[in-house]
Design a protein around this ligand. Sequence first.
Ligand SMILES: [Zn+2]
Length: 473
Amino acid sequence: MHRLLLFVLLASWAAPGPAGAEAIAVDAAVVARHLAEAIRFPTVSHQDPERFDAQPFENLLDHFRATYPLVHERLTVERIAGYSLLLTWQGSDPELAPALFMSHTDVVPVEQEALKGWTHPPFGGVIEGDFIWGRGSLDVKSGVVGWLEAAEGLLAQGFEPARSLIFAFGHDEEIGGEQGAAALAATLRERGVKLSFLVDEGGFLSTDLGLVPGKIVAQINTAEKTYFTIHLTARSDGGHSSTPPAHTAVGKLATAIHRLEANPFPLRISQPVRDLFAALAPHLPLGRRLAVNNLWLTGRIVARRMAEDPLQAAMLRTTTAATMISGGVKENVVPKRATATVNFRILPGETPDDVLAHVRAVIDNPEIEIESDTWSQAPRPGRVDAFGYQVLTDAVHDVYPEAIVVPGLLLGATDTRHYADIADDAYRFLGGMVTRAQIPSIHGTDERIGIESLANAVRVQARVLQRAGEAEL
Ligand SMILES: [Zn+2]
């Protein structure tokens, strides 16, 4: 069982071609060129808002206007919060709740020191070998370009959806989406939109998961963890370090952090992970299948085995990470104050209040002040027996008939949380194939997407739009 859940973003080899019917004719070379062009606009989100440069965003939106003329002619195109895009493809049946397709146009910066590690310049938009190289090729200009390609192709062949299809592309996801996604969601909320379902970034196809070797697995993440940060402050009387108190502010803080690390949150198999096991079970060898089909009996052992690997442990508990610490001004001065920042990623079914209760109980020192940042609870897990999940599953099978489709839990956070109250079912999935070697390139060096993988993603996305545009049976 130890290797169970290697599916967490791991795979080892690339895509076979699609065998199913195509919704639209996709020319891989043309789509690759469109993405390469989009990569060349350095639409970077910086943590420091002073460093925001609007021009690349303007240029990217111009590029989209020129590249996707039918989308811009036939859909209602609105710019929200300056640089975010809201596109509405009006359906013929107003009774049907709209479906929403999301991505973001911003990317993370490339540090100066990291530049020399890149095979091609991160904003060069180079196509070489089987790949399109550059920042945003995976995260996630490929998503934006994919939805636009799919919509343009369907418009060209006269497709008319019964259900309204909405596209929301934020411009600041990498710094929390507080401008873009928040305003996009607020716009829909003000209009009284209630979504049938939404699809965001954060899931993909891969092969060779260790459990089902040689099989294509499509992971549709039905849930994500809640992002939550607290700040701890310890105080003490200052003074000369030659006559110190028993515990300085730094010492008290260190004890608090030690207690948090020594008392991790309990392991728990949450519903999205249960759903994942259920979907994987038929494809597992007998022993493992029995184990995951009988979690009432084996759950604790399965969880403990999996938790030996930190990556897998993150699927099974709310995680605690002390990430920043500061205090003191001089080596021979007792500090009056020391502070630390702790970041939690909370499992579905638990809340920031639960985390705070745990933190207070574990630190067990009223002298440590605990402050929390604002947070948004992750949306409820999307249902695997709902229309949206079926749409995605069928679209995957249209292009990859052999694929095993499984739900899952995304460990990172997406813009989805801004839409929690207007979508009952949120799914994180784009139809690209990603390999093990590509994973570290996301937010890292040599980010790249396979040309065929991108073309297949567009094929899947076109199928998703077609199927979503039809009435729910
Ligand atoms: Zn992203």
